[in-house]
Write a protein that binds this ligand. Structure first.
Ligand SMILES: Cc1ncc(COP(=O)(O)O)c(C=O)c1O
Length: 397
């Protein structure tokens, strides 16, 4: 019996759809902001030719987000763009005209120094918020769920300017508490999930993530691939998956890519929602015990759900061993491929792809998704070794 579970999404629309706010034109301002950030560089897109040959697909292209802004994960893309937009809103500046350097000069700088942001995180989003707060010169309070390893909390403090509290709550209760505290104290909430589809800040955060897809599209074209045929996307609350799915579907010319969400089986809210098949997002019923800390979220982001319900062929639920295999595969690649440091939440899609293509019990799933020798598969290694000790234990030979 395969240890991977898949649930089809019967609400998927197999035709193209355009989300203006995630389209290339609609995210111009996002890329402009990112390119103004000191030290901005495109992260590498790694063409794993050896792996593609071994598993029988045309290409496996992995975007290595461990190099993003020196933060070891992709999340800063969303944090900085949302913080920029909130600052512009509060200071009544036009976000299309304000520049980073203008915000860092008087009188903006003094006004921004008075601002306080707050968020809940299981690690990487908080690090992005702390870093952005350091860059803009404001303050941030970051709350973390129980079970957070100290190294992740310290990385947030070290990234910029945040006061970090590890609570005794599960992630989703922590989100509710932070929202209440922000309201009581007049802090700006900068949360990467929404419970309400008209929330502005989570939309800005999601728009921030699109930079990685549009960079990748350019990079894959340089490799000779027009666009991916398949995209496997890790989902915690689903904001990243929703943003990338919307960008991918909005920018594909003719053939819509096959998209699937990938979650830990003990925190699989998209998998469980697809399984329930009533068109609504549902919390996961698992134990929330997983090494994939960034994906350990039980309640889907409403905005993301509305996109993924239309774009995802379905959702996978994977045990931790799948990501351990992905971490080892990326650390010790097939001869000729480049090696990559990919953490627990970053490597699960690579582990899953290899298992789907090579483990006989999984071949039904592979066929269901139409994965074959013509497939160009796009994956995102969303983080590096954000828990270095655990990373070492997993990848040691
Ligand atoms: C490394 C990593 N990958 C993927 C995700 C999933 O992103 P989202 O919660 O937007 O689904 C996270 C979330 O924190 C993360 O830290």
């Amino acid at each position: 019996m395969s240890r991977i579970r898949f649930s089809e999404n019967s609400y998927a629309e197999h035709t193209g759809h355009t989300w203006d706010v995630f389209s290339f034109a609609g995210t111009q301002a996002v890329r402009q902001l990112h390119q103004m950030v000191p030290g901005y560089q495109r992260t590498p897109l790694v063409n794993l030719k050896g792996l593609a040959e071994k598993i029988g697909v045309r290409a496996v292209l992995v975007k290595d987000e461990s190099c993003r802004f020196g933060l070891n994960a992709f999340k800063g893309l969303g944090g900085i763009y949302a913080m920029y937009r909130i600052i512009c809103r509060e200071l009544e500046l036009d976000p299309d005209k304000a520049t980073l350097s203008r915000l860092m000069e008087s009188p903006c700088r003094e006004q921004i120094q008075e601002m306080t942001f707050a968020t809940t995180t299981d690690g990487n989003h908080g690090k992005g918020v702390s870093w952005a707060a350091g860059l803009f010169g404001c303050r941030a309070y970051v709350f973390m769920p129980r079970g957070t390893v100290p190294v992740r909390a310290q990385a947030i403090r070290d990234a910029g300017n945040a006061q970090v509290t590890v609570t005794d709550m599960l992630y989703d209760d922590c989100v509710a508490m932070t929202e209440k505290l922000a309201e009581e104290n007049g802090w700006c909430l900068i949360q990467d999930t929404s419970r309400n589809s008209c929330d502005q800040v989570p939309l800005w955060i999601m728009q921030g993530y699109t930079t990685l897809y549009y960079e990748a599209l350019d990079q894959m074209r340089a490799f000779g691939y027009d666009h991916p045929t398949h995209i496997l996307l890790q989902a915690g609350v689903g904001s990243m998956a929703g943003a990338i799915a919307a960008a991918a579907v909005s920018s594909c010319k003719d053939k819509v890519p096959v998209i699937a969400t990938v979650e830990p089986d003990e925190a699989a809210c998209f998998f469980e929602s697809f399984l329930k098949d009533d068109g609504l997002p549902h919390p996961s019923t698992g134990s929330c015990e997983t090494v994939m800390a960034g994906l350990n979220c039980a309640i889907p982001c409403t905005l993301a759900w509305n996109i993924l319900k239309k774009t995802a062929a379905g959702g996978f639920a994977c045990p931790d061993e799948v990501t351990s295999q992905g971490m080892r595969r990326l650390a010790y690649p097939i001869d000729g491929d480049s090696s990559m440091i990919s953490g627990e939440s970053g490597a699960v899609t690579t582990g899953l792809l290899e298992e789907l293509m090579t483990v006989p019990d999984s071949t039904g799933l592979k066929d269901k998704l139409g994965l074959d020798q013509d497939s160009v598969v796009f994956l995102i290694s969303t983080e590096g070794d954000t828990d270095p000790e655990h990373y070492r234990q997993v990848v040691k030979k």
